[in-house]
Ligand binder design. Sequence first.
Ligand code: BES
Ligand code: ZN
Ligand code: ZN
Length: 510
Amino acid sequence: MSTPATLNLTSGDPATTPADALVVATTHVGSFSVVPGAMTKATVSKIQAALLSVGATGNADELVRIPGAGLCDAPVIVAVGLGNNKGAIKNERLRRAAGSAIRSLAGFKKVSIAIPASNASQVGAILEGAGLGAYTFTDHLFSKKPNSKVPVRSITLFTVLALDSESKKQLTRARHVVSNVHFARDAINTSPLHLPPAELAARAKSHLAETSVKVTVLDERALTSQGYGGIMGVGQGSSRGPRLIRMEYKPRGAQHHVALIGKGITFDTGGISLKPPAGMHAMKGDMSGAAAVIATMRAIADLKLPIAVTAYAACAENMPGGAAQRPGDVITIYGGKTVEVLNTDAEGRLVMADVLVRVAQDNADVVLDISTLTGAAVVALGHRTAGVMGDAHIRDAVHAAADRAGEEFWPMPMPEELRPLLESNVADIANISQRGGVGQREGGMLSAAWFLKEFVPEGLPWAHLDIAGPAFHEHAAYGYTHKGGVGFGVRTLLTFVEDVLAGSVSLQSK
Ligand code: BES
Ligand code: ZN
Ligand code: ZN
């Protein structure tokens, strides 16, 4: 497990406070300049001259490192470019700038940040980006990482703003967001050998142990006797049985109730409809939705949000063992509807279907499901953007929450003509689209949403978040995003729950 860096917020002059490194922000609005923040004019002009002399431009994402001797009380200065920011700087630009600066400073222990915030929410964004930038995953290393790879341990943001309750709230929130995104990243990065469904359930229990969240876990016996045919069908090809994790947070006097459901396929081989081997290792990230809901529950409980939240993580390992389900099998989802499994690799929707039906008993006001559901989502939106579908008002509220949280989502339609393609010859519905008896790939993200909709309780407002693209990052690190597990969705789910609490989400059923 990785220990997150400590995050601190203070007033004072960052240049005269001892640290191992100082992060300053630069811009290029017509010409290059260092943004003063909490530093004195004299310091700023000296640092600016030094940066100019090594060719700094202030362009977005630029990182320049110079010696701090004679300029400040830290041996190293890192200047991070904010680019051409006319008008207000967007929070996400600040998050990324702080993240890439801190990421580049692995090996330094104590870092001061002089990136200026013009309001409390920017304080939160900078702290969050910085904290998320300080991450590494070492659980499976026998030999210790060299010091140069150890993430920054202590981060202090210097601000000219009043240290009022609003900025302190942002500091607390950033701490909880960071530690929980790290929890999700750790779970995703863990070798799938080490993370069967029972282990994911054990992690959920221990992560939530000292909170008021009640965790109950159904094992394969309970799942079978209670009729969870989707989760059991997917899990039956593995020697390591499935689990359904239920997490309940019910503070007294709560006015609203949100339900969250995460896909927890601890490894997706495709089952008998086996995936090609190239890139299959990334399917250890197929439990990213589950990791996101577990992490979000802990953040909600730690922040003591006065809102009820019930979350589920539907966990199974999709393996092609001798007892695995076959293409052509008909399985019975919780509540009785039957599904013809035409492709065992379309397994996420099967485990989610069980829980969507189950959630009717919780009497929530709204349900979000989050899953790495389709390769089609990656084809449509690429590796950094997730799709969101479902009831238009909830879909748009998720999109709006994500935008403020700094996660990229895009609203997708559910075209009517795709629904009939899920008809089955022998069961109530098939798990993949077909046209003339042949699987139809086109619009795969959208037909998956149609499949899920079949199981959404009547009258319960719903959105479906397909995070297949951004959940697992296989390219070069950028901003606060590292290679591997991203911990995607935690910030959006938390922000959405806060929005419901604030009364800014319409919860009528449509
Ligand atoms: N877990 C995959 C989806 C996925 C693909 C997630 C790439 C992350 C990156 C899912 O279970 C799956 O295999 N879906 C199939 C569905 C198809 C058979 C209808 C897919 O997208 O190919
Ligand atoms: Zn699959
Ligand atoms: Zn999957």
